[in-house]
Design a protein around this ligand. Structure first.
Ligand code: SAM
Length: 239
């Protein structure tokens, strides 16, 4: 696979400043990924840089115009060498983002994130790109709540995908041992609890088994803790 490319279309390019930091910033500097941030207002020709209008049928709020989105998405596609472009439209009405989806998107050479604002984007943008043979369209939500815009959701999804790219995380073992990557017969597990120095902190001791040096016992203990934490979490969330 050639270098992965991520484009984000937004009316708030500054929201993406954190992409210069930490893991993603390092991955960019190391040349492991290309990232393009596109200002939607750069794709409108009127003096007021209008990107929204009132909804047909009435109702509260404004809806984002399809034409600037079409132009920005087309340009993003032209700037990539990929044959297939994954268009992720952020929406609270989308499929819930999970670690499994992050692993699926890792297979993509080019992802374009469409970050809505106001009441969202005219649905014909989604409908149009669904008909295009070189696009795969995904409506994705990061949870059952409503944000002011898709930018925060895009940062979440980008980080979850990019840290899986080989070479981004120093020790690849940390990827297989963490929450939602650990598996048992009932599905994915959350991670076991972690401890570091000192051995006693505010009266709380590190479990003896972790200091025993016996890796079989340590693995058994960690697995049982992961199962317990997963069960507690499922009880709490009712999932
Ligand atoms: N009217 C929309 C609805 O009820 O579904 C909500 C629009 S929201 C105020 C504006 C934008 O924020 C959306 O177009 C979407 O891009 C983004 N957004 C809001 N909540 C989100 C979520 N949970 N996951 C992903 N994106 C979200």
């Amino acid at each position: 696979m050639s270098k992965r490319r991520f484009d984000a279309v937004t009316i708030f390019p500054d929201y993406f400043a954190p992409l210069e930091l930490s893991l993603i910033g390092k991955a960019k500097k190391a040349g492991l990924i290309d990232v393009g941030i596109k200002d939607l207002r750069g794709y409108v020709s009127d003096n007021h840089k209008t990107v929204d209008d009132t909804p047909y049928g009435g109702g509260a709020g404004m809806v984002m115009l399809p034409e600037p989105w079409g132009l920005a998405i087309d340009e993003s596609a032209h700037q990539s060498d990929a044959d297939i472009h994954d268009l992720i439209v952020l929406t609270p009405a989308g499929q819930r983002f999970t670690q499994g989806l992050a692993e699926k998107f890792l297979e993509s050479e080019h992802i374009i994130f469409a970050n809505g604002r106001y009441e969202g984007i005219d649905i014909r943008v989604t409908d149009f790109y669904r008909t295009q043979p070189n696009f795969r369209v995904h409506e994705v939500s990061i949870g059952d709540y409503v944000l002011g815009g898709g930018e925060v959701a895009t940062l979440v999804i980008m980080e979850a995908i990019i840290r899986l790219i080989p070479g981004v995380i120093g020790n690849p073992d940390s990827l297989t041992e963490e929450s939602h990557s650990l598996k048992n017969e009932d599905g994915s597990l959350v991670e076991y609890p972690n401890y570091t120095k000192p051995p006693v902190w505010r009266g709380l001791e590190v479990p003896e088994v972790l200091m025993s040096g016996n890796h079989r016992l340590i693995n058994e203990w960690r697995h049982s803790q992961a199962v317990k934490r997963t069960e507690d979490l499922r009880r709490l969330t009712g999932e």
